[in-house]
Design a protein around this ligand. Structure first.
Ligand code: TXA
Ligand code: MG
Length: 351
């Protein structure tokens, strides 16, 4: 796997991007940065290329891919219709961390959509992603560039750990900005619905639509029951799973720290390698265990930004169990808690 380091990721040098664009156009795999997480790109209109993505990730092939575009004109060939809600959301949030689900056109192969008659489309804001897609000249299917079941990659090193030897190239643009995957909103049905929370929050989308938009009940109801099918097929898989057993502890700050310290003490005495996920504000409250701050409570963005890197770090440290503080479920906190509760297999202790 070849790795190219972008000289200036905010003003990408087109010469540097010619080779990855050519690989993509010709059906190969290239990982590249976006503002949310690193993507594993392939030509979205080439079913064979899509197949290679599933192989490299070890991902079930009924899990559909997002087609990434660079310009508004690139949308129309992929869809049969742009519903009113979709138009409003695009105008407000594209380019940016929002994926919209539309009825698909005949141009998009079922190999890309996992057999669905809808297609997920996103226009990333990252200048390197945008330039690369434009140069490739085709929509780029790109799931997160992690091995299926591992935390999404937020640096090129994370991608390297999972994909070295499995793909042609990694475009290294340093650490991403947001750190959690895009918000997914389905606008193909009668009522728009959030299928995955992200940096375009429920509050932001509701404000643009002029009425409240809701989350797919399947993703808020805790562990999935056999009869509940989330509309985004990817949400049903065990995702973002750290190797260690992760437990979230929810309650008032002082109570949480006391409860976590007690749990850590028990596990340490039993001989386990124990991790603690806390914040800049609470780091000093934990005398034992491998403590990592996930960011500042005063800045939710920092928590989203560090979340997957912290989970991967505990994998590298071979932690057996991790106890984590919890966060509010408003605004960006909804996406943060969605990822954390899934990583914890819905194991939450209320104190
Ligand atoms: O931020 C992101 O969206 C990143 C970057 C690389 O753009 N990509 C990403 O892709 O997170 P992935 O494949 O890891 O997640 C895509 C999600 C999956 O849960 C999938 O099931 C859902 O989108 N999805 C894709 N197409 C869909 C469709 N037609 N209907 C419903 N859900 C769909
Ligand atoms: Mg993913």
């Amino acid at each position: 796997t070849k790795r190219i380091i972008l000289k200036d990721k905010d003003h990408p040098d087109i010469e540097q991007l010619r080779e990855p664009a050519k690989i993509l156009r010709e059906g190969g795999l290239v990982a590249f940065p976006t503002e949310t997480v690193y993507g594993l790109g392939a030509n979205a209109l080439n079913e064979e290329a899509a197949k290679k993505i599933y192989e490299a990730k070890g991902r079930p092939s009924d899990n559909p891919l997002i087609a990434h575009i660079a310009d508004f004109d690139d949308l129309l060939p992929l869809v049969t219709e742009v519903p009113e809600a979709g138009r409003k959301l695009m105008e407000a949030f594209w380019p940016g961390p929002l994926t919209l689900i539309f009825p698909k056109s005949g141009l998009v192969p079922y190999g890309t959509t996992g057999g669905l008659d809808t297609v997920a489309v996103r226009m990333p804001a990252d200048p390197a992603a945008s330039a690369l897609i434009r140069l490739a000249g085709v929509p780029i299917a790109a799931p997160s560039a992690n091995t299926s079941g591992r935390p999404s990659p937020t640096t090129a090193d994370h991608v390297w750990q999972d994909m070295n030897g499995k793909i042609q190239m990694i475009v290294d643009g340093g650490a991403v900005g947001i750190g959690v995957e895009s918000t997914i909103i389905d606008v193909s049905g009668d009522e728009p619905m959030i299928l995955r929370p992200g940096a375009v929050t429920q509050e932001m989308a509701s404000a643009v639509l002029g009425k409240e938009i809701f989350l797919d009940p399947a993703i808020t109801s805790g562990p999935l029951k056999a009869d509940v099918r989330p509309k985004a097929p990817g949400m049903k898989y065990k995702h973002y799973a750290p190797k260690a057993d992760l437990t979230l502890v929810e309650g008032k700050e002082e109570t949480v720290a006391a409860a976590i310290n007690k749990l850590v003490q028990e596990k340490v005495e039993a001989g386990y390698r124990v991790g603690v996920i806390c914040t800049d504000e609470t780091l000093n409250l934990y005398p034992q265990g491998m403590r990592r701050s996930i960011g500042s409570r005063l800045q939710e963005e920092s928590i989203a930004h560090n979340l997957y890197a912290v989970l991967r770090e505990f994998d590298d440290l071979n932690a057996d169990c991790i106890f984590s503080e919890s966060f509010s479920r408003n605004h960006l906190g909804q996406a943060i808690m969605n990822r954390l509760t899934k990583a914890a297999g819905y194991h939450i202790i209320q104190v």
